[in-house]
Design a protein around this ligand. Structure first.
Ligand code: ADP
Length: 478
């Protein structure tokens, strides 16, 4: 069982109280690396979600000045950094990623609280004179109201921080629902928010099976916005459930990121960038390269460079400082990766690094490099969400663009070339919300990030991410 000073209570957090499910039911939380039982968390449903929504609605009625809200955000930022090692340990225990990555996640998450703490002046009313009629207009950014935040298990802290910091900054009342596989990090974050002075009811955490909680959030008239990060299928369900009440949504859904390497690129730099981009969180991220597309004349050389690097990765328990790659989140994740790899091999791809996971190998999947990957393979059509580098080839710039855009998704894309004009041309033709030019970097607090096409809509990060949690109201005075 987990013991942590950041988890003095293991429960949901509703109206400022730590609580258990009305039914008394619980859900177990396991360490994906060892299968160890870490904790039991409440298995809540509609009743508790309604109580949380009502608490958030009462909190929103108590208007709080921007300076005070900024103080909460700074406080959470400071506490996260103060407790970064312990917070990172909780992330690694329930999520599996290497501890050094968890520390980076805590620092990244803290950055959203810092950034939004500095940005609330963007909400100041804007005055517009109207010379012809002599009227005066004032544009306000009012808080959206009660918002539901639903987050996934791959970055249990960062995905919540990206939503929570702007929601609290904008003056909203929050009902958060973490992934049932990784609720402990969210519990610890609520504990820190309480210590940072966020008042009772302003932030509520409901834990349990997703469907009844999600349905209640979508149906309750007090909830004005659902911000969700997760799969496209669940995004679609939420959109359907929000349609009757015409509720606003911000959806950050799946990706199928292309990583384009042109023959004129710095191949060593591209290979290093791909390693960092691909293997973070064992390849379970929505921005990681899913389709590596390399110009024909350098495809073999690039594959060798990747094989050499991937062959050195050490797989193990995230708490072991030697570990580069932790486990996948569960057996279902391993089975999906195996299915993708087998499908690619059946259709003619070659596996130049890696092998089938051992029988009884639990949740670990060996880092793998495939070559000869083509668009009809599952590894090209769906997000594999595992440590597999799937390398295909292209001839011309036009073909590269057509292959890259040949997906219903549009979250992140990466281009490696020394030709600056080509890079700009590609950026304007790639239908992706985030484009990395000669870098595999993902999002940052300062910049808006989000998808195009079926990767969703709405932005997180940047001032745009703050305005997502606001309603624009226009006043006109005679
Ligand atoms: P992933 O593939 O990353 O597990 P999911 O979309 O299944 O993505 O999960 C992301 C979040 O969505 C989790 O918090 C999960 O509990 C939640 N979720 C899953 N199903 C539903 C649903 N029907 N309604 C609301 N939330 C859901």
């Amino acid at each position: 069982m987990i013991e942590s000073p950041l988890l003095p209570h293991i429960g949901a957090y509703i109206a400022g109280k730590w609580s258990q499910a009305a039914s008394g039911r619980t859900l177990p939380v396991h360490n994906p690396a060892s299968g160890e039982h870490l904790a039991d968390v409440p298995d809540m449903a509609g009743e508790e979600t309604t109580a949380a929504i009502e608490a958030a609605a009462r909190a929103v009625d108590q208007e709080v000045a921007a300076a005070e809200r900024a103080g909460w955000l700074r406080g959470i930022h400071d506490l996260l950094l103060e407790h970064r090692q312990e917070m990172a340990r909780i992330i690694t225990l329930e999520q599996g990623k290497p501890l050094k990555e968890s520390v980076v996640e805590v620092e990244y998450a803290a950055g959203f609280f810092r950034f939004y703490g500095e940005q609330l002046s963007a909400l100041a009313p804007r005055i517009l004179p109207e010379p012809i009629r002599g009227a005066q207009w004032t544009i306000h950014h009012r808080p959206a109201g009660v918002v539901g935040l639903i987050t996934p298990w791959n970055f249990p802290l960062a995905m919540l921080a990206k939503k929570l910091a702007p929601a609290l900054g904008a003056g909203c009342g929050v009902v958060a629902k973490p992934a049932e596989l990784t609720p402990l990090t969210a519990i610890a974050l609520c504990h820190l928010a309480e210590r940072a002075g966020v008042p009772a009811g302003r932030l509520n955490l409901v834990i349990g099976h997703a469907a009844p909680i999600g349905e209640t959030l979508c149906a309750h008239p007090a909830v004005r916005l659902i911000s969700f990060t997760g799969s496209t299928e669940v995004g679609r369900i939420l959109m359907q459930n929000c349609a009757p009440g015409l509720k606003r949504l911000a959806l950050e859904l799946g990706g199928n990121a292309p990583f384009l390497v042109f023959a004129d690129a710095d191949l060593e730099a591209a290979a290093d960038a791909l390693m960092a981009n691909k293997f973070r969180c064992a390849g379970q991220t929505c921005v990681c390269a899913n389709r590596v597309l390399v110009q024909h004349e350098v495809a073999d050389r690039f594959a060798e460079m990747m094989a050499e690097r991937v062959g050195k990765l050490r797989v193990g328990n995230g708490l072991d400082p030697q570990t580069d790659i932790g486990p996948l989140i569960n057996r279902a994740g391993v089975e999906k990766v195996s299915r993708h790899v087998q499908d690619a091999l059946d259709r003619g791809a070659r596996r130049i690094v890696g092998n089938e996971p051992r029988e009884g190998g639990g949740t670990f999947y060996p880092p793998t490099v495939l070559t000869g990957v083509t668009p009809e393979m599952l590894v090209s059509r769906e997000e594999t969400f595992g440590p597999v580098v799937a390398i295909g080839a292209f001839d011309s710039e036009d073909q590269a663009i057509a292959l890259a855009n040949g997906t219903p998704f549009g979250l992140a894309a990466y281009v490696f070339t020394r030709d600056a004009e080509r890079a700009e041309r590609l950026a304007s033709r790639l239908v992706f919300g985030h484009v990395g030019l000669n870098t595999g970097s993902g999002p940052t607090p300062e910049a808006p990030f989000g998808g195009m096409k079926q990767s969703g809509f709405g932005r997180e990060g940047g001032v745009e991410g703050l305005l997502e949690f606001c309603e624009t109201q226009t006043l006109v005075r005679a």
